[in-house]
Write a protein that binds this ligand. Structure first.
Ligand code: HXC
Length: 537
């Protein structure tokens, strides 16, 4: 907006009139020169970025922010106007997304490869300080060759400053990073410390050591994309939370996510109007048919979620990663919430090291920004095997417990079908700290599945049957049926107060909306005397 204003003033000055046509004082040559520099810089940026299929930093800002809301800070900071240098390699400022203020910095690859030197570091830190003072989200558009090599350790120091500020802002204001070009070396930790990382299918790379260094040190040959492209980080490493088809899609996702978040930890998310329609009843009824009666039959938990949330709109986070769990944002009767669910379609919904971290991190995000969490449980337990044990399922699975046990937002859980063992207890049980738990009639709550349990508790009986020459399988089947009948259900959970009510799937949305209303005034308690917990990491 500022650049446009300068250009308009410049054009008006050439005519000796302002936009309304009134005669005005001539623009001073210095202003004209600055405007020219700014215009030339953007033309140069277009030439350099468009050939690579990339937008310029300013075009990206146009896509991200509500039209005409960008207020740039320090346009020429770090430049040398007399020598024709229009500014530094990062653009900083404030703008609006859905009418709400955000702080944004966009690295400009057309200026010295978007690299970060002292001028860029100071600009970014200044912006972050202002964002903290104004308590607004910070969005980073990253496209950079990393620390400016010519500035040596002074550039590295600026990264240290940004890291520290990002940690200070963490949990206080939402921080989103979009990787729209290279992001290499220690510079990756700028986005890594933020809440969400959004990458694109092409032209988006993150790695601590690049292909050349890897080749030189280990002999391994690998392309930039195979090492740290958008697909790798969304599917394999879990570093990124969304894979944009292109830059516009990535930016659109950032805007969408911001719609669900408050500006800071002291506010609640914006509420939206929800108009109930006649279709709602049909959708609620459809929910009764999604979960198959046969416990071995998988189904897509997304079908359940879409039947429960407003307009069926569910914005997944980490969609391509650790798919045995599903997490994301939605609204319930206009109230933004976080949804956490097991996904029976993938590994039967078992929790593994990756899905544990996916769930834990999302719960932490929701708790930091006051989003109630709805948990939908259908899990046979933790994924068994040496591979999981050796990958640290103990250490990494503990993160789920830590996240739920410390969450102070409203927590409501629905047990849809399987809820076995530790995996049930950690997935938003009342014991772990949830406020309300409901169970569908199809729920199976127990320490172990029937077959496994019978093998243990009836081992001697089965042995006796075998010794007596009886049909062991028939005896086993009898014990299994008995166990399923008496133990694998929600009765004990209701009796000990761990499940508050048995509800039909058709009632679930209504019950959840009512529960959220009941819990709306839940307040945080601060426990004095400790600096912070020692979270399993
Ligand atoms: C100074 C840099 C630069 C850098 C790029 N440029 N990276 N200038 N410092 N780090 C300049 C180039 O010299 C070039 O200038 C312009 O930017 C565009 O770069 P190209 O190489 O022509 O672009 P491209 O072919 O697209 O390659 C992009 C790239 C490559 C893959 C990012 O530039 C690259 O490998 N750069 C160095 C990356 C790196 O090792 N950075 C340090 C990482 S370590 P001209 O004038 O020719 O247009 C790090 C530590 C952080 O960041 C530590 C935090 C604790």
């Amino acid at each position: 907006a500022n650049l446009a204003a300068v250009e308009a003033a410049d054009a008006a000055a050439a005519n000796g009139a302002d936009a309304q046509g009134a005669m005005r004082q001539p623009i001073r040559p210095a202003v004209t020169k600055a405007a020219e520099l700014a215009r030339d810089a953007e033309n140069r940026a277009r030439d350099r970025q468009h050939v690579k299929g990339k937008f310029t930093a300013r075009e990206r800002l146009d896509l991200l922010l509500d039209s005409g809301t960008f207020e740039e800070i320090g346009r020429f900071r770090g430049g040398d106007i007399n020598k024709g240098v229009a500014g530094s390699a990062v653009i900083t400022g404030f703008g609006e997304v859905w009418g709400r203020k955000v702080a944004v910095y966009a690295q400009d690859f057309s200026v010295r490869g978007g690299s970060l030197g002292v001028a860029e570091g100071r600009k970014i830190c200044h912006l972050m300080d202002q964002a903290l003072a104004l308590r607004v989200p910070i969005i980073a558009l990253i496209d950079s060759g990393g620390a400016r090599i010519q500035e040596g350790v002074a550039a590295l120091t600026e990264y240290g400053n940004i890291f520290r500020k990002t940690c200070e802002a963490s949990g206080f204001v939402p921080q989103l990073s979009l990787i729209l070009g290279p992001c290499a070396g220690g510079a990756v930790y700028c986005p890594a410390l933020t809440d969400l990382i959004i990458m694109t299918r092409e032209n988006s790379n993150m790695f601590v050591t690049g292909p050349d260094v890897i080749k030189a040190s280990t002999g391994e040959s690998i392309s930039m994309d195979d090492l740290g492209g958008g697909i790798v980080h969304n599917v394999k490493s879990g570093v990124a939370h969304y894979l944009g088809a292109d830059e516009a899609d990535a930016i659109d996702y950032a805007r969408t996510v911001l719609a669900y978040l408050p500006a800071n930890s002291g506010q609640t998310a914006p509420r939206y109007a929800y108009m109930a329609t006649r279709a709602d009843r049909d959708i609620a009824e459809r929910l009764g048919t999604v979960v198959p009666g046969n416990e071995r039959q998988p189904y897509d938990v997304l079908d359940v979620i879409r039947c429960l949330v407003d307009y069926g709109e569910f914005v997944q986070v980490h969609e391509l990663f650790a798919q045995s769990a599903v997490v994301g944002f939605a609204c319930m009767d206009g109230q933004p919430v976080g949804i956490v669910a097991n996904q029976p379609n993938v590994n039967a919904g078992a929790l593994d090291v990756d899905s544990s971290e996916k769930v834990a991190r999302f719960v932490r995000l929701c708790d930091a920004f006051n989003l109630p969490i709805i948990t939908l449980v259908d899990t046979p337990g933790y994924k068994p095997g040496a591979e999981q044990e050796h990958a640290g399922i103990i250490r990494r699975g503990a993160k789920v417990i830590y996240a739920y046990a410390n969450a102070q937002v409203p927590l409501v859980t629905v047990i849809m079908r399987k809820a076995y063992g530790g995996a049930y207890i950690v997935m938003g049980s009342k014991a772990i700290g949830a406020d309300l738990n409901y169970a569908w009639p199809t729920s199976q709550i127990a320490v172990l599945g029937a077959a496994g349990a019978v093998n243990i508790i009836h081992r001697k009986d089965l042995q006796k049957a075998k010794d007596a020459g009886r049909d062991v399988e028939a005896v086993r089947a009898k014990y299994i049926a008995e166990y399923e009948e008496t133990t694998v259900n929600a009765n004990l959970s209701m009796e000990i107060g761990q499940v508050d009510a048995m509800i039909d799937p058709e009632q679930t949305r209504e019950v959840l909306v009512d529960s959220l209303k009941t819990l709306a005034s839940k307040r945080r308690v601060s426990r004095t005397g400790k600096h912070h917990g020692n979270q399993p990491l």
